[in-house]
Design a protein around this ligand. Structure first.
Ligand SMILES: Nc1ncnc2c1ncn2[C@@H]1O[C@H](COP(=O)(O)OP(=O)(O)OP(=O)(O)O)[C@@H](O)[C@H]1O
Length: 264
């Protein structure tokens, strides 16, 4: 019998790496409502998972269960092989998971740079001096395109810059997993492409990215896989092209206007 020809590994992909984030049977009930039910996901470093679904599908609840802002009623969350099911947010952050919030949450009394420096000081690495934290903050602000805005109060930022600050605070924690909850919301069309490029650069640097987003073209452009939530359960998961043409996804979420527009 002849041996099958070996297929060389694809450069730059991380499919063979073990997942840095894994959930199994994740569930959250609110009284009689099953907001999230039986969600299994496995996200390796250097990959982006897009999470989509109708309003109320359970997307933010899923992120809150991973980040420790909500406790699951069943199931598990592992980060880097460590069981963090039901752990508090600071423990999850120390294990390398950072997140942004749908509604931005800066410390209003601090400058933009100090908001990021505070995040840097609470990161998983050993205690840093304020001067060190400020230097890190300056680097992160540069990276997200807020280099010249460190001295202003967050209230003076535009919607796009406020979202950049939210991302900078997450990155200052030096995470391995980045959870992005609608970071593109409120951005003007011209601001979306640079934001997507930045997220993709972070993925190429080795971060595992989970992004919730309603802008389907954006999700399709940057996700390696798309997971569709519907009534709290996974309707389907797979490569963007396959998922976005799935009749069940069209029926439950996208609508036929989307498919007609994208076929023409
Ligand atoms: N703290 C809570 N208490 C009770 N019900 C909640 C709570 N948080 C969320 N829910 C309910 O759980 C379900 C899932 O909500 P979730 O916010 O996760 O949906 P979503 O997919 O993020 O929606 P959207 O796209 O509108 O942000 C909804 O029915 C919501 O009303």
């Amino acid at each position: 019998m002849t041996e099958p020809e070996a297929t060389p590994p694809t450069a730059g992909t991380a499919t063979d790496e073990s997942p840095v984030l894994r959930t199994e049977g994740l569930e959250r009930r609110f009284g009689g409502l099953l907001a999230v039910s039986g969600v299994d996901l496995a996200l390796p470093p250097g990959r982006t998972l897009g999470v989509i679904g109708p309003n109320g599908a359970g997307k933010s609840t899923l992120v809150n269960l991973i980040s420790g802002h909500l406790k699951p009623t069943a199931g598990t969350v592992h980060v880097g092989g460590k069981d963090l099911t039901g752990a508090r947010p600071w423990r999850v952050a120390h294990a390398g998971v950072a997140r942004t919030f749908q509604i931005v949450k800066p410390f209003r009394g601090l400058t933009v740079a100090d908001n990021v420096a505070v995040a840097a000081m609470f990161g998983p690495s050993p205690v840093r001096t304020p001067a060190h934290a400020r230097r890190e903050a300056a680097q992160v602000l540069e990276r997200v395109g807020l280099g010249g805005r460190g001295d202003v109060p967050p209230a003076e930022l535009s919607v796009a810059d406020a979202r950049r600050l939210e991302l900078a605070k997450a990155l200052a924690l030096r995470p391995r997993v980045l959870l992005l909850d609608e970071v593109l919301a409120g951005l003007r069309p011209a601001e979306i492409d640079p934001a997507l490029r930045l997220i993709d650069e972070l993925r190429r640097d080795g971060l595992a990215v989970l992004i919730i987003e309603h802008i389907i073209q954006a999700i399709a452009a940057i996700s390696d896989e798309v997971l569709v939530l519907h009534h709290g359960t996974v309707l389907t998961q797979g490569p963007p092209r396959q998922v976005l043409s799935d009749e069940r996804v069209v029926e439950a979420y996208l609508g036929h206007r989307y498919t007609r527009k994208n076929r023409s």
